[in-house]
Design a protein around this ligand. Sequence first.
Ligand SMILES: *Cc1c(COP(=O)(O)O)cnc(C)c1O
Length: 480
Amino acid sequence: MRYQSTRGASPVQSFQGILLGGLAPDGGLYLPNQYPLVTTQQLDSWRGLSYADLAFEILSLYCDDIPAEDLKTLLHKTYTPQVYCNGRASDRASDITPIHWLGEEKGAKLGLLCLSNGPTLAFKDMAMQLLGNLFEYALKRANQDLNILGATSGDTGSAAEYAMRGKHGIKVFMLSPRGKMSPFQSAQMYSLQDPNIFNLAVEGVFDDCQDIVKAVSNDLVFKAKYRIGTVNSINWGRVLAQVVYYFQGYLLATQSSAEKVSFAVPSGNFGNVCAGHIARMMGLPIERLVVATNENDVLDEFFKTGIYRARKSAETLHTSSPSMDISKASNFERFVFDLLGQDGARTAQLFKQVETEGGFDLSKDVAYQRIQQFGFVSGRSTHQNRLETIRQIDQQYGVMIDTHTADGVQVARHYLQEDVPMLVLETALPIKFEETIQEALGRPAECPSAFKDIKAKPQRVMNMPADTMQIKQFIEQHVI
Ligand SMILES: *Cc1c(COP(=O)(O)O)cnc(C)c1O
């Protein structure tokens, strides 16, 4: 399997060639040259496999430069019930991503695909835990080490730290806006005591953290000298790892591969739902891919109108589903490339236009007229919708959901079809966004027992000014 850039002007690469990197040299994102097709017979033969074995079947189609035995070992080490046992349906932790059925609405079964049972209680663990093991493996083989620099407003940073803690050859320098994350999120990150994890609490907002990461990454000499890498959501390994749970969700929801399933996905950077798109391109019988946004509705606007209008960071609203507060959906380029029939030159032109003019208009393009065949539909929700949905699901089904999952449920309900099960991807547990849960329900969020005393644990965090020079100095002093 070879990987091409969405902008068509970079040499093709192997899986391990792109694993540790970010953007392609031409500024594009990597995608496989073609999507391997899975037949219905193959799909049916995967029923009953463990999650790790299912992941092996899927990943071995994409990472043929890792020996099969090694890949299998890595996957079995990653997807264990012991790691994914913290949340809902924990009696079925061996499914890794069990389904929790809510009930039937408009003749459709409505359920949650539980993706938030990992160590940081958000779906990002699903991919990041594998990335931690893959990175360690690839670095060891290449006899290299890596210093991961990132910025986080919550979920990404903690998922990365829990995935990389204690890994050989890897250090993590994670910038977070001091005092701006939920108390649970900061406790989760800052209580890590592993010597290879450095929490840097920056005096400023998330954008300041992001700007520093960009400034450091743009210093190519520094970047090369200190072997700086990232784990951001454009990483192909992350997208690929997420493809697996669409298959698992499908297989758990159906009896035979003649049936169809729809998925509703709370979306920000379009990474999660991009994995759904890839699963569908591989032949998984997905009826609809429901893109759910919050008030930051760039993606909803595109699917409804064909006009993509990225927002400036100053126009990005701070909402009660903060992990979806994005101004530019970084993985969206992958879908646009497919929508345009994998035309790299055209994709390059459109995304350069995003930089110069802030967006593009495909409303009159034949490509947009074909968009239905990709199964996408979309919707947005507001703070008020979120509160109502959290209340309804609690009253109707006795289930407490987080704010992002609530956005997914609210939009999913517009697109239910008789006899087509609808799985809403549960992207985080409510305890991570406890303030809004309290506001919606008038009672505190449920807290998994393993996390009861997390806020009382000693914290390991450095306060830093929003100053690139000082962050660089800190890295210099602490690299391997
Ligand atoms: C990251 C995140 C999202 C958005 O996922 P994308 O892959 O960026 O679309 C949604 N919900 C939660 C809880 C998240 O952490």
